[in-house]
Unconditional design. Structure first.
Length: 363
């Protein structure tokens, strides 16, 4: 049985538990996860006995390459997706259909509900995402590759930093280098924050130059094709202010302690608390405003989430970021982030970019 057929079998088990006789999958990455098809504008209907991918002629060749054994309903030229769905549901004699509530808009739901006289609709949430939380071997290896590509790109960019380079230029160079090392691109628009701009956890690269301040925060990741990585490092490019070492080493201590707490059965909120306690004890609790980390996979932000307000339990096969930070408005910020695989006996750090204080100095 293929990987994608195995995933669909597991989905059917989840559907049975939630009393969903059939499921309409409309989220692009979920369709990819279940079929291997990497195009867009395509939906998947899964029933207890079969599955049907609704697509169009633009993808005929790609469908044969990506998922040759999958049944396909090919939309006619000019046929709207709504009409194709109604036809497909009728051909499968689907009378009860769950739809992805987190992917379908209210307008789409209402239009489909109004067009299907013989099919009753109901919202469903998290069925495919729940499966995606636990990565299989192929997903783990794809993430390893994304981590390697991110590291290699960063090494080249770090070695080529000059005082006159702007945040925008660093971001563009990261994109270029990831592609040079075989990646499909970056996982997300990178964050490059020089000096005080490092206090913006999701800051957009600007024309501020590397030489304008003695340190820079860089948050980036690689997309190896489908799966992504997510890292953050702070580089010291000049004479560091006295406060920087205390802030840096506090964040690093918090991160290492949280990573050490990761193992099967560990509660997500407890791992978050390990890092938060260290940062709070150092006097910076109010300056760590986001959760400790999140899952990665086909998307940069997936389940599980590690924060004070999210209950959950870690399990083997999950991949999570651990990224505590301290952000001081007008001064700057420090965040250190790595990707961690939960194993049967503990954890494995998938990213290996140096992060000790002495290793943060450039030049």
């Amino acid at each position: 049985m293929s990987i994608h057929a195995t995933r669909r079998r597991k989905l059917r088990q989840a559907m049975k538990k939630q009393n969903a006789p059939a499921l309409l999958v409309t989220k692009v990455v979920n369709v990819t996860y279940l079929t291997g098809f990497t195009g867009d504008s395509s939906y998947l209907i899964v029933t207890p006995d079969t599955e049907l991918l609704i697509s169009d002629s633009r993808y005929s060749i790609q469908l044969d390459e990506d998922c040759p054994d999958l049944a396909v309903y090919e939309r006619k030229t000019g046929q709207k997706m709504l009409d194709a769905m109604v036809d497909a549901l009728g051909s499968l004699e689907v009378t009860e259909l769950a739809v992805e509530a987190d992917a379908m808009t209210i307008g789409e739901y209402r239009r489909l509900d109004g067009a299907t006289e013989k099919t009753s609709l109901s919202p469903a949430s998290g069925m495919v995402e729940g499966l995606r939380t636990i990565k299989d071997k192929t997903e783990i290896e794809a993430t390893r590759l994304a981590c390697l590509q991110a590291r290699r790109a960063f090494e080249v960019v770090r070695a080529s930093l000059t005082p006159d380079m702007t945040e925008k230029q660093v971001a563009a160079d990261l994109e270029h280098q990831v592609r040079r090392f075989g990646g499909a691109g970056l996982s997300f628009p990178p964050i490059v924050g020089v000096g005080p701009r490092g206090a913006l956890p999701h800051g957009t690269p600007s024309d501020r130059r590397i030489g304008d301040d003695p340190f820079v925060l860089i948050d980036w990741g690689a997309n190896s094709g489908l799966y992504v990585s997510d890292l953050t490092r702070v580089l010291i490019t000049g004479k560091p202010p006295a406060k920087l070492r205390k802030v840096y080493e506090t964040v690093l201590e918090a991160q290492l302690a949280a990573i050490d707490a990761i193992s099967p059965g560990a509660k997500c909120e407890d791992v978050d608390a390990v890092a938060r306690k260290i940062i709070t004890k150092a006097g910076y609790g109010k300056n760590f405003g986001h959760g400790l980390g999140h899952g990665t996979g086909l998307e940069i932000h997936e389940s599980p989430r590690m924060s004070p307000s999210v209950e959950g339990e870690l399990a083997p096969g999950m991949i999570v970021t651990v990224e505590p930070g301290i952000y001081l408005p007008g001064w700057g910020g420090v965040r250190i982030e790595d990707d961690i695989l939960v194993t049967k006996t503990g954890h494995e750090v998938l990213t290996d970019v140096p992060k000790q204080w002495d290793e943060a100095f450039v030049g």
